[in-house]
Design a binder for this molecule. Sequence first.
Ligand SMILES: [Ca+2]
Ligand SMILES: [Ca+2]
Length: 100
Amino acid sequence: MRQNLDYDGDGNLVEAYVVGDVNCDGAFDSFDTDAFALAVSDPQEYAVQYPSCDILNADINGDGSVNGFDTDAFTELLTSGGNSGAVWEEYVWDGENRLA
Ligand SMILES: [Ca+2]
Ligand SMILES: [Ca+2]
């Protein structure tokens, strides 16, 4: 299982997302293949089709950009059994740094 964590400016965890969940349904599986191919080949069209997704979910090798180098990593991750143990969660914090 692989998971990425995003933090806000106060260091609060705001989002845990599943690496490779390129279509943003909360799981990484073969349904992500088409979305991944689109993210690599046509990021602008990807943004149109998946407006609420972070294209960096397709950054499988974690180097900060989405390109052909991620294709091998995507295939490897998929054939190794996917990422089903990871969870996708969002956390919202108020102005006093309290978890809402
Ligand atoms: Ca998915
Ligand atoms: Ca990458």
